[in-house]
Design a protein around this ligand. Structure first.
Ligand code: ATP
Length: 418
């Protein structure tokens, strides 16, 4: 039995906004599941429906296997933690943490001061117990808010961007603390964020959303290494995965060429990958290459490589990101952030209902933003150089391509399994 089950859950807000589109997903007992996606994709709405603060327009929510669409929030044994801390300003830290226990929502036989003491020490704030919230830093306030939610040992934690008001250093520190605390309490957690680092470092599994539609669910490794859609591939990872249009040309019994326009890569024909890609003979697909699949080599390198000229580069301290002009066409999935470049793509945005794999595509309700389809533009192939290697604009560079690390997507943006 799962802790939380969503079956084809949709939410339409007044004004016909389809915030969540036929979403099905399960959170297992004791699991830390992160809902990841850009602002407005519907993550908070999912969380609020699980909390009972919103009612689904369609579909079912089960908690511990029981139908829970109409269950009042107080009967869900769930604690919600938001990005704003909302502590009681007139109460001390200790009283804030102990407050839920005094309301009688106690779990276990421990006395209130003992439970508060244990919680304060687990959170590293024992010496702040007598202070008032306005005498605390943002990070300390968030720890108190966490303590107040944890103290009554709920079975389910619902966290909505709890770290987004904190500075970078504190966020990194609290990331580790939150995941170890909830794991120690054996609680199930549904955690909402737009921050991929939080998702990849904290989650047992990550669920990636786009415009109300679930795109992919899996362990951090699975969604990073085998993204189900081009959107997920582009959303996860820094720098963003290179996504290049390629025409597939099959030379029977010899090789399968990925033709990028001015140059090509070849997959062996007698190879499972070659065979899988060969099915798209004559079609245009998208080939994904993360920066880590690319490495500069000397000209004349015998393996598979791509050549280009440096368009620009960025020093990042520990590495330099180099952007190579390779005469190919890049694809930016809809919703990833680049503005449509209509002059370059030569097409008008299409207004279309439903996401890539939307089950709601034929309905009369509209998404918040029209889908424009992917954007096409001249490709910059991005790869990394160690910081001490000199590089200059216009310089010709050859990069070796690690062919085992390529990703392939069809014209709908769906992963081609190889
Ligand atoms: P963020 O990270 O910015 O909070 P999100 O992914 O959590 O974004 P939601 O808050 O779930 O997104 O919102 C999804 C969509 O539903 C948005 O377009 C939002 O404007 C809309 N929406 C949310 N709540 C309501 C509401 N009460 N009434 C009408 N529309 C709403």
């Amino acid at each position: 039995m799962t802790a939380v089950t969503l079956k084809n859950v949709s939410k339409v807000f007044p004004g016909e906004t389809l915030a969540v589109d036929s979403l099905s997903m399960e959170v297992n007992h004791g699991e830390f599941l992160v809902l990841l996606g850009p602002s407005g994709c519907g993550k908070s709405t999912v969380l609020r429906m699980v909390a009972g603060l919103e009612t689904p327009s369609d579909g079912e929510i089960l908690l511990d296997g029981e139908y829970a669409n109409d269950l009042p929030p107080r009967d869900r044994n769930a604690a919600m933690i938001f990005q704003t801390f909302a502590l009681y300003p007139h109460m001390s830290v200790a009283d804030n943490i102990g407050f839920p226990l005094k309301l009688g929502k106690q779990n276990g036989a421990q006395s209130v001061p003992d439970a508060v003491g244990d919680m304060a020490s687990a959170l590293g704030i024992s010496d702040l117990k007598d202070r008032k919230p306005n005498q605390l830093s943002g990070g300390q306030q968030q720890r108190v808010a966490m303590g107040r939610a944890l103290v009554r040992r709920p079975k389910l934690f619902l966290m909505d961007e709890p770290l987004s008001n904190l500075d970078v250093g504190l966020r990194a520190e609290l990331r580790t603390e939150i995941s170890s605390l909830v794991r120690r309490h054996d609680a199930t957690t549904l955690y909402v964020t737009h921050d991929q680092t939080e998702a990849l470092t904290m989650a047992d599994r990550v669920a990636v959303m786009r415009k109300g539609v679930l795109q992919d669910v899996g362990t951090p490794d699975e969604v990073y290494e085998r993204p189900a859609t081009m959107y997920v591939a582009a959303f996860l990872g820094t720098p963003r995965m290179n996504l290049l249009e390629a025409r597939v040309n099959v030379y029977l019994d010899r090789y399968v060429a990925l033709d990028f326009g001015e140059q090509e890569l070849r997959l062996p024909w007698h190879d499972l990958r070659g065979r899988a890609v060969a099915r798209y003979h004559g079609e245009t697909i998208v080939v994904g290459m993360r920066a880590e699949a690319l490495a500069p080599v000397a000209e004349g390198h015998p393996g598979q490589s791509i050549q280009g000229r440096v368009r620009f580069y960025e020093h990042h301290g520990h590495e330099t990101l180099v952007f190579l002009d390779i005469g190919a066409t890049a694809v930016v999935p809809d919703g990833i952030g680049d503005k449509p470049d209509l002059a370059r793509s030569g097409s008008k945005p299409r207004r279309r209902l439903g996401g890539l794999f939307s089950g709601f595509g034929q309905s009369q309700v509209e998404h918040r933003e029209a889908d424009t389809g992917p954007i096409r533009k001249p490709a910059d192939l991005v790869f990394r150089l160690p910081p001490h290697i000199p590089v200059s604009a216009g310089q010709p560079i050859t990069v070796a391509v690690h062919m085992d690390a390529l990703h392939y997507f069809d014209k709908y943006g769906k992963r081609i399994d190889v």
